[in-house]
Design a binder for this molecule. Structure first.
Ligand SMILES: [Zn+2]
Length: 246
């Protein structure tokens, strides 16, 4: 068996030789959507892919599936380059990928999602596969670790293309972030209009001209690296537990 860890680089014989009960696959899912003038459109899937691949590379019995790079993002449609699919299609696609792996004898899959708009479709796919097919699928989202993000950035979460997310994509894909734009960035305070905790439906362009929402000062590649490293450790620990899970 080779030391390769990406499914698309392995042969069917390599996959056939894997121990089905203890092997875990990670499926990176993201979005191709505007992330302000400074970040690449692929920010969400690039971060998810980076974390997933680093975990697979460094963790025994863990492999990485090909990334799904298009998500539920029609609210960004006013910004050129944004691509989207419907929640129903994403739900079905994730389910089809999970079922493909089940067909090959693998029940343990972690979906590593990089885009908030995908969460409910993925959760539904995972619940159906766990309930009806007795798979053991989990969802991992790096920005949900409030304690970690607060300890590094002083705020509880990433909003959109803001200080946290820009720092993390800068750490993940250094050459793709346009740092010369950093001193002209503008942003909206919040993610659109809300009353209490409830957000009103809106298109991103209605509340942010630049596409950035949330704080946009103190962007730091070093802090981004810290969050990435911790996310890799956390996901790796989950994956190790899952390899042993019976
Ligand atoms: Zn994002």
């Amino acid at each position: 068996m080779s030391d390769k860890f990406l499914l698309h680089e392995l042969s069917w014989k390599d996959i056939k030789n894997l121990e089905q009960g203890t092997t875990v696959f990670i499926l990176p899912v993201g979005s191709t959507e505007q992330h302000g003038p400074q970040n690449p459109l692929g920010t969400d899937f690039l971060i998810a892919e980076k974390i997933a691949r680093n975990v697979a590379e460094s963790t025994i019995n863990v492999y990485c599936l090909p990334t799904l790079p298009i998500g539920v993002a029609s609210h960004h449609r006013d910004f050129p380059g944004t691509l989207w699919t419907s929640p129903q299609i994403l739900l079905q696609l994730v389910k089809d990928v999970l079922h493909s792996m089940l067909h090959h004898g693998f029940k343990k899959i972690i979906v590593c999602n990089g885009h908030g708009g995908n969460t409910s479709a993925i959760m539904q796919a995972i619940s159906e596969c766990n309930d009806k097919d007795e798979m053991i699928c989990l969802l991992f989202e790096w920005w949900k670790d409030e304690e970690l993000i607060k300890s590094v950035f002083g705020v509880p979460s990433a909003v959109h293309a803001d200080t946290v997310e820009t720092s993390v994509i800068w750490a993940a894909e250094e050459s793709l972030v346009q740092t010369d734009k950093f001193d002209q960035l503008t942003s909206s305070e919040e993610w659109g209009r809300k009353i209490g905790d409830l957000y009103f439906p809106s298109r991103t362009k209605q509340f942010t001209e630049s596409g950035i929402a949330g704080p946009i000062d103190g962007i730091s590649r070093e802090k981004g690296l810290k969050v990435l490293e911790k996310a890799v450790i956390k996901l790796s620990n989950v994956a190790i537990e899952l390899t042993k899970y019976v």
